[in-house]
Design a protein. Structure first.
Length: 351
């Protein structure tokens, strides 16, 4: 087929899924270096999609909110604005990487060039959502292996759709503020009025997740935090919402050197993580950001689903990666997580 000049990615949510889409964008850039790549995404995740290298335009939507009040005047007005924004350009390829009715609707509304085509998955893969309209809308529906990692699913779909081989190296292209000495800290890390300005390398403990059954016990977080403090690290505690804030405060209360992060947006949170020495977290979108930033990271799983969403234990050369997953039921113990952390390429500190 002729090389596409304009490509539209449709991946609306959730946070982890948005991060998992980024390597597909990097493959598209490598295969078609002169192509323009736009991305439709839920507004809450737009700041993250905008930080993905190679994305020319982010088209935000609020389909989650609109679906709650579909007949409201404000919803109708916002929908008209979104539709006009979406249809500003005609695309040679519209690729639905979500596989749901709402993403199929967006793909159907998007304009294509006279030779343009819409692509989508022809089938569900293990552990993912899938709805039939995605293949009804597509000009070309592509069958994928059922047992496939979430990152590889998007990479394979794009590659099969547009006829190229994905790159050997996995690259997310997520731009976070550099940890170089020349780069200023995010304002909330260095503010003069801040009662805790970090004096040591920070390890972020990502305890928050959308599912209670993915959580790790509070006492485990405190025990891990104490080991990190003893090893010379400070602990940073991100949170979203009152419940996670209370957990962050409870963990911090049990540690010598810990800081409960202020409530910040995804862009500032990404910058904050980029300044950390590493991350330990449960299976959550924020943990996936840590992987995309190539930080030393241990991801905690209470279910045997790390093969589908977790970081690989080995890199492309077969060497230990900078990230790994730890799985056990009902949950991994502190010793297992600590051993995994020590095995990563983490900073060596004097004690």
């Amino acid at each position: 087929m002729k090389a596409p000049h304009k490509i539209l990615i449709v991946k609306l949510s959730s946070l982890g899924d948005v991060v998992h889409t980024m390597p597909a964008v990097q493959d598209l850039r490598a295969a078609f270096p002169h192509a323009r790549i736009d991305w439709v995404v839920e507004r809450g995740f737009a700041p993250l999609a905008a930080r993905c290298e190679g994305v020319a335009r982010v088209i935000p939507c609020d389909i989650r909110a609109w679906s709650k009040r579909p007949l409201a005047a404000a919803t109708r007005a916002a929908w008209r604005t979104f539709k006009a924004d979406l249809q500003q350009d005609a695309y040679d390829a519209v690729i639905d990487l979500q596989g749901l009715s709402k993403s199929a609707l967006v793909a159907w509304l998007a304009r294509t060039t006279p030779d343009g085509r819409r692509y989508a998955m022809a089938n569900q893969t293990e552990g993912s959502g899938y709805e039939a309209p995605t293949r009804w809308v597509a000009d070309t529906a592509i069958a994928l292996e059922a047992h496939v990692h979430a990152v590889e699913r998007g990479r394979l779909l794009c590659a099969k759709a547009l006829g190229y081989t994905p790159a050997d190296a996995l690259r997310f292209g997520l731009v976070g503020q550099s940890k170089a000495l020349s780069a200023p800290l995010p304002k909330h890390l260095g503010h003069a009025d801040n009662p805790f300005v970090p004096r040591k390398p920070l390890v972020a403990l990502v305890h928050g997740t959308s599912r209670v059954d993915k959580e790790w016990p509070l006492e485990h977080w405190i025990a891990l935090g104490r080991r990190l403090n003893d090893a010379g690290f400070g602990v940073a505690l991100p949170h979203a919402g009152a419940r996670e804030l209370a957990t962050s405060q409870a963990i911090a209360a049990g540690l010598d050197e810990a800081w409960v992060l202020p409530a910040v947006g995804l862009d500032v949170l990404t910058d904050t993580l980029a300044h950390c020495a590493g991350v330990v977290g449960v299976d959550s979108g924020v943990s996936h950001i840590a992987v995309a930033l190539d930080l030393p990271h241990v991801q905690i799983y209470n279910f045997d689903t790390a093969w589908r969403t977790g970081p690989a234990a080995l890199d492309a050369r077969g060497k230990p990666a900078r990230q790994c997953s730890v799985y056990a039921e009902p949950c991994p113990d502190v010793e297992s997580v600590w051993s995994a952390w020590e095995a990563l390429a983490t900073p060596v500190l004097s004690r």
